[in-house]
Ligand binder design. Structure first.
Ligand code: PLP
Length: 394
């Protein structure tokens, strides 16, 4: 009999999987399900990027590349960081990986020894705790409540730091909350990190998806000290609608980047060559498509937010970024006769035929996550179905 390694014994599968599997099963039976679970833009990758990928293949650029990415892609990323963040990095401070997810995985593998702690604000992106545990680290959670706009305070951060703390995760704009940390808020958090001498892992994958005139600030831009203790993680998945191409990067301390690159040389060899050529075009080519997609998300948010907010028992904060809404639905679930939000989510699927993600997977079990990376028509219909479902059962 096969006995699996201890390290995967407690590995929890993605919470989105169970609901997605059930939604697909119902769809296969012919049920008209509207899925609001998507974690990716609903647009094709811009044409200039597709053309660049095709051209590279036709030119025979289909072989291995350096493990940490093509020099030309590193240069394109360095230029991007200069252009958008006014940050200067050397090629030895940049590593390209197989999506931001794998970059984070690699980072935790080279950073953590058994028992090292990483501070993770709740609600969190599902993979952070699992990746920390896979590196034998310990996730230490700080609860950022709705009353604090789902953002941690410097005091909470300070109190959570122990002599085993290696790093804190900052995800702005956030999945699943859509919240953005202001420059002042980041300054205060950076100050705590300086005082206590811990690293900052700044996941900026939703950088380009910001609304209502909000500004994305990278914590690395705040001071020389903040830059030196920050590893920026970003990529083309959400900004350029390139989730399937699997290109992400890390920028930061050269010692970490070197170790990550060495690890990648034994695990992936390199991120897919064609995808790297596509990503060079994504960063060096025209950026109009990025803005067009942002505007489309913003107008969907504009239309759908008031309708969602009007559903009885739904308490929702208007997000400033990403493409998710995270209403607290504990009141709606209770008033409609469910013992938990997870059960409410299940009934939304089977009775209202709308698939949403239960917040329990993000450490926020009183919430549900809805993605507005889908057509306005589908969004309007979905919100109407949810509203009707809640009103009829109330
Ligand atoms: N970080 C956050 C917060 C995300 O939501 C995602 C994707 O859903 C990622 C990182 C990973 O992105 P990718 O691996 O596609 O670059």
């Amino acid at each position: 009999m096969i006995k699996l390694a201890n390290r995967v014994q407690t590995l929890t599968p993605s919470t989105t999987l169970a609901i997605t599997a059930k939604a697909n099963e119902l769809k296969a039976q012919g049920v008209d399900i509207i899925g609001l679970g998507a974690g990716e833009p609903d647009y094709n990758t811009p044409e200039n990027i597709l053309q660049a990928a095709y051209k590279s293949m036709m030119e025979g650029k289909t072989k291995y590349t350096p493990a940490g990415g093509l020099p030309a892609l590193k240069e394109a990323i360095i230029e991007k960081l200069k252009r958008d963040q006014q940050l200067t990095y050397a090629p030895t401070e940049v590593m390209v990986g197989v999506g931001a997810k794998h970059v984070l995985y690699t980072l935790f593998q080279v950073l953590l020894d058994k028992g090292d702690e990483v501070i993770i604000p709740i609600p969190y992106w599902v993979s952070y705790p699992e990746q920390v545990k896979l590196a034998e680290g310990v996730p230490v959670y700080i609860e950022a409540t709705a009353s604090q706009n789902y953002k941690i305070s410097p005091q909470q951060l300070s109190e959570a730091i122990t002599d085993r703390t290696k790093a804190v995760m900052i995800n702005t704009p956030s999945n699943p909350t859509g919240m953005i940390y202001s420059k002042e808020e980041l300054q205060e958090l950076a100050e705590v990190c300086r005082e206590k001498d811990i690293l900052i892992i700044s996941d900026e994958i939703y950088e380009k998806l910001i609304y209502d005139g909000a500004e994305h600030v990278s914590i690395a831009t705040l001071s020389e000290d903040a830059k030196n203790r920050t590893i920026i993680v970003n990529g083309v998945s959400k900004s350029h609608s390139m989730t399937g191409w699997r290109i992400g990067y890390a920028a930061g301390d050269s010692k970490l980047i070197k170790a990550m690159t060495n690890l990648a040389s034994h695990s992936t060899s390199n991120p897919t060559t064609t995808s790297q050529y596509a990503a060079i075009e994504a960063y060096n080519g025209p950026q109009e498509a990025v803005e067009e997609m942002r505007q489309a998300f913003e107008s969907r948010l504009e239309e759908i937010f008031p309708k969602l907010e009007a559903i009885p028992g739904f308490n929702v904060i208007r997000p400033q970024g990403a493409f998710y809404l995270l209403p607290d639905v504990s009141e709606a679930a209770e008033k409609t006769g469910f013992a938990s939000v997870d059960e409410f989510v299940e009934a939304l699927l089977t009775e209202a035929n709308v698939a949403v993600i239960p917040g329990s997977g993000f450490g926020a079990p009183s919430t549900i996550r809805l993605s507005y990376a889908t057509s306005l028509e589908a969004l309007n219909e979905a919100v109407e179905r949810i509203g009707k479902f809640v009103s009829e059962r109330w």
